[in-house]
Unconditional design. Sequence first.
Length: 493
Amino acid sequence: MRPIPPQTPPADTERYPDATPNPVKRTADQPVSTFSIDVDTAAYANVRRFIDQGQRPPKDAVRVEELLNYFDYGYAQPTSQARPFAVTTAIAASPWSPQGGQAGRQIVHIGLQGYELPAGEQRPLNLTFLVDVSGSMGSADKLDLAKQAMNLAIDRLRPQDTLAVTYYAEGAGTTLQPTPGTQKLKMRCAVASLRAAGGTAGATGMTNAYDQAQASFARDKVNRILMFTDGDFNVGVTDNKRLEDYVADKRATGIYLSVYGFGRGNYQDARMQAIAQAGNGTAAYVDDLNEARRLFGPMFDRGAFPIADDVKIQVEFNPARVAEWRLIGYETRLLNEEDFNNDRIDAGEVGSGASVTALYEITPVGGPTQIPERRYPDNRIGVGGGDPNGEIGFIQVRYKQPGESRSELIQQPLTNRASAPVSAQPPEATRWAIAIAAFGQKLRDDPWMASDYGWDQILEQAQGARGEDPYGERAEFVQMIRAARDLPPRATP
């Protein structure tokens, strides 16, 4: 009997967007930070998947903002959709800084809470499922799990909603034309009929899905495609930019696209992020049934019902109060300063009740700066200016009401007393956000953390900020820290 040759494991072809950690900026040179918001949570579930498998995730898979935005912080709620955001701020000592407190670096915590639409204000849904049924999806953690997620979404549909089910492999097809939400059995049968086989003509599938969405399109509906895939397109148009341009053109017609990723080994995160951003949709990763229940249960409204489009944040720091600053995360969402007032520049969408969290690390004037002084101090942009006893900075949020072309503006100063010490016990939400940011930066081996700030300090930070945890999500995160502490070092390429 001939010996069976050893099986070669399939090559790992996962791809992630480049996300070099943001640099430290000298405020006198660059006082303004501008970025598009991000409510995606794909990175959190994907990082959890790696850690559960006993692997250290690739650096670019760890997007700190998506770890931060996985959690609810209990921010103050806005009271009207006419002004759909409330801004919460706090300032705390940076725990990983060599010197904390007033003399050392500090964390600026900015929370943006979106308006939660009452049931009576939620528009009818015109949904289209776009399902990857290629051979690469033929495993329990891919198509089988995607079917469970789709059935959870079907549970949420109301009589006034409609659903179409489309698929793609080497070609594309439709198993369910737009159907009212009263016919759930028909929808479930359409989902059950999906089978995995063949190549992956993602572009052809998109064209067909947009045709179905257009068939039941109405301006008074939420018109959205939900794509379920591992992102591994290999037939037809596969270039990210061409797909991105196509999806962006369709976004302009009023049809948005969200992407839900599945599986491992060939997960194309970079492609899915590009497509979801172009489609004014969200990108999420579904690693298990519990995550599917979360996304298509309590979180469903946040992904389904938009309250604002093209949401941008701009923070201007006062050089008389802040010597240096850096934005933690949002590397793939940065905008130019002039993009903030340009309504033609695309930015992120926010859904009903969603929140956005951003952290900056700042060095107060007189503190331990990381950028050395210049030989010629006057060789700086904007030398002087600012009130040493005034605001730390100024926050602006620009957004559009759904479907509108002209933006609106929210402004709020960022303040604390120059002479007052930073609180040794900042709000629980701030302490929890700091623990998550520390975890993400540690996983990425970011260069800005003190060498003696390790996993035990991160664990202590998280344990001290768990607070109320009705769904056990914070307890799970604490366990992730423990598991990450014991991971082997990242393999060098």
